[in-house]
Ligand binder design. Structure first.
Ligand code: ZN
Length: 335
């Protein structure tokens, strides 16, 4: 249900507009879902009494937060994998658990995750890897009900490994490349732009070692044809760099660029081990990085060079990652 007018008054309004204005004892008037006035409480004057008023005294009012890297399925397995590093963490804990999920698990985990995001001020998220077994339709319906904005990336993979570690994936997590590509198109047609434009369907490319170069190129082409986005974990751990250097004599971002997967519609998660020579490639092509500090600390992945990356012109957002790599989906904590 959408109220026709809402007045939030008496709070500290952090506008995040081009002038970065902040109003103490400020107010926000929302008419039919659109902000119509922002300013000091005394200056914000609704034409008629607002249908709903919120007293924000002692509170900060700020725009919705955007979580640029989320795993909905991990809310349900929070706390199940501590004190380990990425590849072991995936192979011994996360993949066996997620590899036994069914559509009901996928739905309740997504609902729990979205509840936590909404409670802590997140209004938009990018889910990076939805396996078919989590039940895409049930999750999209949950996004619709929750009222949040969800960018849902369906996993696309072809190889059951990570980097040079071949065939390490739990059987329940393995998907077939052709089926993955077909499903992205199916879900795109069914859900993209639905729920008042709140749902978007993207490609979720598996990490390095999970797709052949040809499959990455197919993902890039598919996204171009559908006019949609792609997200992928990149250079999260040093193994990413070792893999592309050994197999393709290239750094990870150079390799992604060669297969056509660097562009303004691409969000790379982590980028911890992206080097100085790779930042200009992302900056020039307008690709984005989702920085996930808690996850990188918990899995001892490393420390991303965020100020330097931004100095080089790369657009960097923040992500909470997952319930097992962070144990929280709270963007305030992440900031
Ligand atoms: Zn992740």
């Amino acid at each position: 249900m959408q109220l026709t007018s809402v007045l939030i008054k008496g709070g500290v309004i952090v506008t995040m507009d081009s002038r970065r204005r902040v109003f103490r004892d400020g107010a926000v008037l929302i008419d039919k879902g659109v902000i119509s006035q922002v300013g000091k409480t005394v200056d914000v004057k609704p034409e008629r009494r607002a249908e709903f008023e919120i007293d924000a005294k002692g509170k900060v009012v700020l725009p919705g937060l955007v979580d640029t890297h989320v795993h909905l399925a991990q809310a349900l397995i929070r706390g199940s994998a501590d004190d380990t590093s990425l590849i072991d963490w995936l192979q011994k804990f996360v993949w066996p658990l997620q590899g036994n999920f069914d559509a009901q698990d996928g739905k309740v985990s997504a609902e729990l995750c979205m509840l936590e995001m909404i409670k802590s001020g997140t209004t938009t998220f990018l889910e990076s890897l939805l396996h078919s077994r989590y039940g895409f339709d049930g999750i999209a319906e949950a996004v619709d009900r929750a009222g949040i904005r969800g960018f849902l990336a369906k996993t696309v993979m072809g190889l059951p490994g990570y980097g040079s570690e071949k065939s390490i994936m739990h059987p329940g997590m393995i998907e077939n490349a052709e089926t993955c590509l077909r499903e992205v198109e199916t879900y795109f047609k069914r859900w993209n732009g639905k729920a008042d434009e709140r749902i978007r369907v993207w490609y979720g490319a598996r990490s390095l070692g999970g797709c052949t170069p040809e499959l990455y190129a197919q993902i890039a082409e598919g996204a171009r044809l559908l006019g949609t986005g792609v997200t992928m974990h990149l250079s999260e751990v040093q193994e990413d760099v070792r893999y592309t250097k050994n197999e393709f004599s290239k750094m990870p971002a150079e390799f992604m660029d060669e297969v056509g997967l660097v562009g303004p519609n691409v969000v790379f998660a982590h980028g911890v081990w992206l080097s100085e020579s790779e930042w200009p490639i992302l900056a020039r092509k307008g690709a984005h990085v989702a920085h996930c500090p808690s996850s990188n600390m918990k899995l001892s992945s490393g420390i991303a060079k965020v100020p330097e990356m931004m100095q080089a012109g790369v657009n960097v957002g923040i992500g909470c990652d997952g319930g097992t790599s962070n144990n929280s989906y709270d963007m305030i904590r992440e900031m």
